[in-house]
Ligand binder design. Structure first.
Ligand code: NAD
Length: 349
């Protein structure tokens, strides 16, 4: 056994009502002229939640999916014209992505206030889109200096997004447990995160205002983001990237459908991880993750998202291109069979 552990800097404030600390946190970043970044539909919520933060002098509410560079350029104009000295992202992965893109170009310090379970706030990774082409970079300059998690801000997250973005987070932790560059710290975090989210998501779907369950889910999401920011991913993320990129399938729902099947494919090669997951999920991990998808009322099959049967072959070919590391070697027939099952919405085999 051998590993390298390279911890990323993080200052995390977690707690109900912690939004009240925003003004102090901006001050700690040296901010006197902060820019607030949101999507259009969270603009009012953010202004209300941050009404006491007097250092906020401007608000850009045009954050959108996939961080298009033309939107970043618009926000950059505001950064310059308002002599901005710090950034506050209030929202999900799309909003946090825009603040990261601004930090990359300006080196301004960031306070991220996540309101979903995507986990981007804990990673030094930024995906950007230019002329319809998405590229991803890894740079410590984009890692937010401070992250504030307040469960009250997640209560309005719609049930369907809650469930699938929670399983999307679980997928980061699952693949983190068998990452080639994994280490014991990330394994411990991943185990705790998977247990928290798997337990918390079904009750939240029944009652989105279940505060203790929401707190467990948010803590799990933080830990999953930490794992994603620290170690490399494998087959499952490659498949979802291919399905999202080539067929434009929705990100978190695709993760939810594919995860049990990708894990079932890998399990024979990772008996130790399989045994740990079996303890956490109380049963065969691939089957239990399939059951979790049904408990959160997610679609069972990729066909339900509009994928054509003929695309099983296309996605198989794409998944085998650009060789990448996976605990089990990529065998065409096995990969094809797993995609076919995920397409049909069958149980993992
Ligand atoms: P999102 O940020 O696109 O948010 C989806 C919608 O939900 C938005 O309209 C948003 O305003 C709204 N919303 C967010 N929180 C809400 C709340 N609490 N109540 C009501 N509405 C709310 O979705 P996401 O899943 O958080 O982020 C997805 C994006 O993040 C993808 O582009 C993905 O690639 C990226 N991402 C990046 C990383 C990284 O490390 N770079 C990690 C994970 C995800």
């Amino acid at each position: 056994m051998g590993f390298i552990y390279n911890g990323l800097p993080a200052h995390v404030i977690f707690g109900r009502g912690s939004i009240a600390q925003t003004a102090q946190l901006i001050g700690e970043l040296g901010g006197k002229r902060a820019l607030l970044v949101t999507t259009p539909n969270q603009a009012d919520d953010a202004r209300t939640a941050l009404a006491g933060a007097e250092a906020i002098v401007a608000h850009f509410d045009g954050a959108t999916m996939h961080t298009p560079t033309n939107v970043t350029e618009q926000a950059l104009e505001l950064v310059k014209s308002e002599a901005i000295d710090s950034l506050i992202a209030f929202g999900g992965g799309s909003t946090i992505g825009l603040a990261k893109a601004l930090a990359l170009r300006t080196d301004l310090p960031q306070l991220a206030i996540p309101t979903t379970y995507a986990g981007s706030e804990m990673t030094p990774v930024l995906g950007q889109t230019e002329n319809g082409r998405k590229t991803t970079l890894r740079d410590l300059a984009v890692l937010p200096e401070k992250v504030l998690y307040d469960v009250d801000l997640t209560l309005g997250l719609p049930a369907d997004i809650t469930g699938t973005s929670g399983v999307n987070a679980i997928a980061h932790a699952v693949e983190g447990m068998y990452a080639r560059d994994g280490n014991p710290v990330m394994t411990v975090l991943a185990e705790r995160a998977i247990g928290l989210l798997a337990e918390a998501l079904p009750p939240i779907i029944e009652n989105p205002l279940d505060i203790p369950a929401r707190e467990r889910a948010l803590e799990g999401a933080w830990l999953c983001g930490t794992v994603l920011g620290s170690v490399g991913m494998a087959l499952h993320h490659k498949l979802c990237h291919t399905l999202g990129g080539a067929l434009n399938l929705p990100h978190a729902t695709t993760h939810t459908i594919v995860l049990p099947h990708a894990l079932a494919y890998n399990l024979p090669a990772i008996p130790d991880v399989g045994a740990r997951l079996e303890r956490i999920l109380r049963g065969d991990p691939a089957q239990r993750l399939f059951d979790l998808g049904r408990a959160i009322k997610a679609p069972a099959g990729l066909r339900d998202l509009g994928m054509a049967e003929a695309d099983i072959e296309t996605v198989t070919t794409a998944a085998l291109e650009n060789a990448y590391w996976n605990p089990r070697p990529l065998e065409r027939e096995g990969i094809r069979a797993l995609i076919a099952r995920a397409w049909a919405g069958e149980r993992p085999a």
